[in-house]
Write a protein that binds this ligand. Structure first.
Ligand SMILES: Cc1cc2nc3c(=O)[nH]c(=O)nc-3n(C[C@H](O)[C@H](O)[C@H](O)COP(=O)(O)OP(=O)(O)OC[C@H]3O[C@@H](n4cnc5c(N)ncnc54)[C@H](O)[C@@H]3O)c2cc1C
Length: 486
């Protein structure tokens, strides 16, 4: 006989499941989260990847975790410490040129004026100011149910539905546009001219790492320190979190969720069930049809590389180049072609990469002299061979950093299939479903009555507002449960 009579059972203890658990427990409900892995966090974890060397094999940088959640759950008291990374990004080019941006637009302005031209810097600043004004209006909407009219009013049609290529067209030098363009393609198989890519880029500006608008930062101890803090906060409020406890199915009686059944047969009764799993997995667990047309085939191969030192980039020798995001895209045409390749079922010949080496600023992750390079590589088809993809990505990175291959000690390559096996995300999609038109705002999966099952809530990234480490879908699912159970 297992636990009986919970108010809420949560399938999965990814960051969203933990946010939901924290809010429900604070609301006085009895809640338990059941996680299949031996650690909490889902795609927001730190793992020991080599003896004595840890890294974040899925998400690697934090911005979007809602500041309301950080404050209300008192995550700092539970060990969360985020430091803004500067540079914001560094995009080296094979010919030795570079784009460097900082968390403060004025500093980026000065940098672009020096490295490129006054015209590039002016166009950048006018774009960045417009984006930040829109982001300031949109941030409060992130914890509200989807409402296209309000978003439209806050950010306008270009940012909501437009193509990133159009949004950036006023910046004269193409290489300057490349790293900003790439942000609009994350988690998609779209090209820069495709509708909705502006929104993907804009979404990444809706955070405020350490209180700095639109900045991104490293969590001290890696991304798992964020989910450990969420777990600790939830447990301090009375939630229970059980690891190594895979849910075999959601119990459904007369069209209503009544609990979960764990692998091994333990039955857990609950008045409501929140699924933190992706929409396809949730459908399978509840025995209902998958949401029609839902697209969650992952285009990403994540490569974690162990290095015995940080080589120089000819475009920016020294360690500072390694301290933020490193974007390898080179040309807009190549970004477009990479997506075309993957859409045709071929691994991109010239994948684009966003890399980061947190060990360059965080000594807690690896012994001195060792570094971990995290390479987020796009665009690949679902059956991509991860090792081949890693070879292609490293070769591409080496065009701007010829010293890299000689510093590689070992690597771990995770393609869509490996991401699925490790993190439990069907298809390995980083956002539980791409965030293009038809899958955003009201068109994302409704958090209530998943698959028509009453009292089954979707509280993972497949629900509004979507993917990345935001905590928002978990917060919104918990709010819906509290409204409905009262
Ligand atoms: C390679 C990669 C890089 C990324 N980079 C970033 C980044 O730098 N910054 C950022 O903000 N976002 C990033 N993302 C996206 C972000 O990590 C995810 O969108 C987010 O972590 C998803 O959180 P979630 O809580 O919705 O779901 P998940 O993290 O997927 O959590 C779901 C949980 O449910 C569990 N589960 C599934 N099925 C069952 C079952 N049957 N029984 C019990 N438990 C189950 C899973 O094990 C998992 O723990 C990245 C993602 C990936 C994969």
């Amino acid at each position: 006989m297992g636990v009986s009579g919970l108010d809420v059972a949560i399938v999965g203890a990814g960051h969203n499941g933990l946010v939901a658990a924290g809010y429900l427990a604070r609301g006085g409900l009895s809640v338990e989260a059941f996680e299949r892995r031996e650690i909490v966090g889902g795609a927001c974890v730190t793992e020991e990847l080599w003896p004595g060397v840890s890294g974040s094999p899925a998400a690697y940088t934090l911005s979007l975790l809602r500041s309301e959640i950080v404050r209300e759950l008192e995550l700092h008291r539970h060990g969360l410490h985020v430091e803004v990374h500067d540079p914001y990004l560094f995009a080296p080019f094979p010919d030795g040129r570079r784009v460097v941006t900082w968390s403060q637009p004025e500093r980026t302005y000065a940098q672009l004026a020096e490295d490129w031209s006054r015209a590039d810097a002016d166009a950048y600043l006018s774009w960045a100011r417009g984006r930040e004004a829109a982001a300031a209006r949109a941030r409060p909407l992130m914890l509200d149910p989807p409402d296209r009219e309000r978003w439209l009013e806050a950010i306008g049609e270009q940012l909501l539905d437009g193509a990133i290529a159009d949004e950036l067209a006023a910046i004269p030098s193409e290489p300057v546009r490349v790293p900003f363009t790439l942000q609009g393609l994350i988690g998609t198989l779209a090209g820069p001219g495709d509708p909705g890519t502006s929104f993907v880029g804009f979404y990444h500006d809706l955070g405020e790492a350490a209180g700095a608008p639109a900045a991104w930062g490293f969590v001290r101890g890696g991304m798992g320190a964020a989910t450990r803090a969420l777990r600790s906060a939830a447990e301090a409020s009375g939630a229970r979190v059980r690891v190594s406890a895979p849910v075999e199915r959601v119990r459904v009686d007369d069209g209503r969720a009544t609990g979960v059944v764990l692998e091994g047969g333990e039955e857990v009764e609950a008045r409501a069930v929140i699924s933190n799993a992706d929409p396809l997995r949730t459908a399978a667990l509840a025995g209902v049809e998958a949401p029609p047309g839902w697209r969650q085939q992952g285009p990403v191969v994540k490569v974690m590389v162990l290095l015995d030192g940080l080589p120089d980039f000819p475009a920016w020798p020294g360690e500072q180049a390694w301290r933020g995001a490193i974007d390898i895209g080179y040309t807009l045409e190549e970004l477009d072609r990479a997506a075309q390749d993957a859409r045709a079922g071929r691994p991109a010949e010239a994948p684009w990469i966003e890399a980061a080496s947190q060990t360059s600023v965080d000594p807690t992750l690896a012994p001195e002299g060792r570094h971990v390079l995290s390479m987020f590589c796009q665009c690949f088809p679902p059956d991509a061979d991860a090792e081949d993809a890693a070879d292609a990505a490293i070769a591409r990175f080496a065009l701007a950093c010829p010293g890299l291959p000689d510093r590689i000690v070992d690597r771990l390559a995770l393609g869509p299939r490996e991401l699925e096996a490790r993190f439990g995300i069907t298809g390995g999609h980083i956002f539980h479903g791409e965030m293009l038109p038809g899958q955003v705002l009201e068109d994302r999966i409704d958090r209530r009555a998943f698959g028509g099952v009453e009292r089954l809530y979707l509280g993972g990234s497949g629900a509004h507002p979507g993917g990345a480490v935001t905590g928002a879908p978990g917060y919104l699912a918990a709010s819906a449960v509290m409204e409905d159970l009262r």
